[in-house]
Design a protein around this ligand. Sequence first.
Ligand code: ZN
Length: 261
Amino acid sequence: MSIRVTVWGENVHEHKNKIVAQIYPLLMHGTIAAALNGNKGITATTVTLQDAEHGLTKEKLAETDVLIWWGHVAHGDVADEIVERVCDAVWGGMGVIFLHSAHFSKPFKRLMGAPCNLYWREAGERERLWVTSRHHPIAAGIPEHFELEYEEMYGEPFGVPEPLETVFISWFAGGEVFRSGLTYKRGAGKIFYFRPGHETYPTYHDANVQRVIANAVKWAYNPEARIADPHDGPNRTVAEALEPIVERGPRLHQDGEAGYR
Ligand code: ZN
């Protein structure tokens, strides 16, 4: 029994920017998947924006327990039909982890229903992440705080709905702070947003970052919740009522058709 993870990579910077290519010879999604595959009980594969249907066919999503999303410059190239398919899978119980600039990805914005905007600065600043929820499973084995020597700054206010839990906050050398590890639930699906991961820094080689992502995969895995059609809403007839009732009063729908009105 293994948790099936699909790492979705935008796969653009690695081919256009030499620095990114040097830091991530396995590509960013390949690096994230390789680190996950070092964990017992996790099997990670990768798909990219350039694959047919962005690699997210109905079949692939059906056999994905947890999806990981990294995107940045090509959010607009993701087809709306695939975005809806991903959201359906999340509402139906698939776990999902959005990394770094995926805060502006179409599926994250759709699931949050909010602008998801933030302040940012690319100046190679030190980032210090603090654990704010010591006993949260996503923080298991992580020290009280850890540092990433070079990162892009993301600063509050972060335009997302109030999360269920805040697992990490970040402080940056320039003085800003940011809620950098947030949990949500949408439908039956568990969602984790994790901030670090700017493409020109070696963030996904960091042992603590890798551990957080692996912990988040285990946390988001929820196979018992998986349902095929999260939009399903059948009519429950008078005959099916738990207590005996008699129809009364005016009725809008007298054609006997099942379905939501
Ligand atoms: Zn970035």
